[in-house]
Design a protein around this ligand. Structure first.
Ligand SMILES: Cc1ncc(COP(=O)(O)O)c(C=O)c1O
Length: 358
C-alpha cells in the first residue's frame, strides 16, 4: 500500500528521505563495502557516525558542554529504573503524575527509594497539568521527575515549575525535537527514539555533568551514566543501526531549518486538527486548552458506536493507526515531525466527510 499516512504513536512514521537514504546505503555505506549493521562499533566508520550524530543533536538542541549525551539501549522504561539508581544516592525524589507514562515512572522508581508524588491529575482523567502553585515540592529532593508530553492522553507541558534549584528530570520521549527547549533548565532529558528520532531500541539520555557520579553500587554498568559518559556509550555494544538512523533524522531536521523551523510546522499541523475537532459537535478532545499536545492528539466520537466504522473508513483512505491507546480508547492522531502537513489535511478532510455522512 503506498500513499498512506501513518498516525502511530510509536514506533512511528520516519521521514521518507531518511528511509530512502538508508535503503540506498544499506548494502554499501559510503564505499565501505558494508552495511552499518555489519560494522564494528569501535571501527573508524561507526565511531565517525556516532560523533556526527551527537554533534548534530547538540546543534539541534543547543546542548551545552556541561551535558553528556548518552546513546543507550533499554528504552525509556529502563531509564525509569535507572534514574533513581543513578541519582537518588540515599535521598528522596519528587514525581508529578500527569498521565499514564509518568504514573508508570513512579511505579518503576518506587523499588529504589523514597518517591513523593507531589502533584497528580489522575482523578481528573489526566486532562491537564495541575496548577504549579499546588505542587508540594520538596526542597531537599534529589530531583523532580516529569513527563513533558504524555503520549496516551495528549497532555504537554508548555512551561516548567520553579523547583528552586532541584534538578528536573524529563521524559521527553514523544516530543523531543518537536519544539525549542532550553536544555539548561533540565538536569536530565531522556527519551526512547521510536517517535521523533528513529527506530526502537535506542534511548537518548542527556545529563548534566554535575549529576554524574552518584550512582548506587546496584546500578548495572550498562546503565551507569557516568561509566557510559566516560566510555562514549560503549560499555556495551550500542544500538548502532538505530544511532545511524537517528543521525540521518538529525541531518534531515537540520535541512528543514532545525527545531525552530519544524516547530512552526508542528504548530500549524496541530492547529489544523484541533480546529477541526473544536468546530464540530461530532468530535471532542477533552484536554485543557493550555496543555494540549502538539504531537499526540486524542479525540473521541460523541457516538462511540461509530468507532469501528470511523477506523475502517480511515484505513480505506490510507489513514493508518488512528486507534486510541487501549487505556484511553477513542482515536489518537500522532503527528510527529515526520508527518507532513498533507497527512493532517487528509485526516481533517476525512473527519469532515465522515461527520457529514453520519
Ligand atoms: C512518554 C513515554 N514514556 C515512556 C515510554 C516507554 O518507552 P519504551 O517502550 O521505549 O520503554 C513511552 C512509549 O510509548 C512514552 O510515550
Amino acid at each position: 500500500m503506498t500513499g498512506i499516512f501513518n498516525f502511530s504513536a510509536g514506533p512511528a512514521v520516519l521521514p521518507k528521505p531518511v528511509l530512502a537514504r538508508a535503503q540506498a546505503e544499506m548494502l554499501d555505506w559510503h564505499g565501505s563495502g558494508m552495511s552499518v549493521m555489519e560494522m564494528s562499533h569501535r571501527g573508524k566508520e561507526f565511531t565517525g557516525i556516532l560523533a556526527k550524530t551527537e554533534a548534530d543533536l547538540r546543534r539541534l538542541l543547543a546542548i551545552g558542554d556541561q551535558y553528556k549525551v548518552l546513546f543507550l539501549q533499554g528504552g525509556a522504561i529502563a531509564e525509569n529504573a535507572m534514574i533513581p539508581l543513578n541519582l537518588l544516592a540515599g535521598r528522596s525524589a519528587d514525581y508529578a503524575i500527569t498521565g499514564g507514562w509518568s504514573k508508570r515512572s513512579v511505579e518503576d522508581a518506587k523499588a529504589y527509594g523514597k518517591i513523593n508524588v507531589v502533584a497528580s491529575s489522575e482523578s481528573d482523567q489526566y486532562q491537564q497539568v495541575p496548577d504549579f502553585a499546588s505542587w508540594q515540592l520538596n526542597k531537599d529532593a534529589a530531583y523532580l521527575h516529569i513527563c513533558t508530553n504524555e503520549t496516551m492522553s495528549g497532555v504537554e507541558f508548555l512551561d516548567l515549575p520553579n523547583t528552586h534549584g532541584v534538578p528536573i528530570v524529563a521524559d521527553m520521549s514523544s516530543h523531543i525535537l518537536s519544539r525549542q527547549i532550553d536544555v539548561s533548565q533540565y538536569g536530565v532529558i531522556y527519551g526512547g527514539a521510536q517517535k521523533n528520532i528513529g527506530p526502537a531500541g535506542l534511548c537518548l539520555v542527556i545529563v548534566h555533568e554535575d549529576l554524574l557520579g552518584k550512582a548506587s553500587s546496584m546500578t548495572p554498568a550498562v546503565f551507569n551514566w557516568q561509566l557510559q559518559a566516560e566510555n562514549q556509550s560503549m560499555i556495551n555494544t550500542p544500538p548502532s543501526y538505530g544511532i545511524y538512523i537517528a543521525g540521518l533524522v538529525f541531518e534531515w531536521l537540520l535541512e528543514q531549518g532545525g527545531v525552530a523551523a519544524i516547530e512552526k510546522v508542528n504548530v500549524a499541523k496541530a492547529k489544523l486538527l484541533y480546529d477541526c475537532i473544536d468546530a464540530s459537535d461530532f468530535y471532542v478532545n477533552r484536554v485543557a486548552l493550555a496543555n494540549r499536545s502538539r504531537m499526540n492528539i486524542p479525540f473521541y466520537l460523541q457516538d462511540e458506536g461509530l468507532n469501528a466504522a470511523f477506523l475502517q473508513g480511515a484505513e480505506a483512505r490510507g489513514l493508518l493507526q488512528l486507534k486510541g491507546h487501549r487505556a484511553v480508547g477513542g482515536m489518537r492522531a500522532s503527528i510527529y515531525n515526520a508527518m507532513p502537513i498533507e497527512g493532517v489535511q487528509a485526516l481533517v478532510a476525512y473527519m469532515q466527510d465522515f461527520e457529514r455522512s453520519h
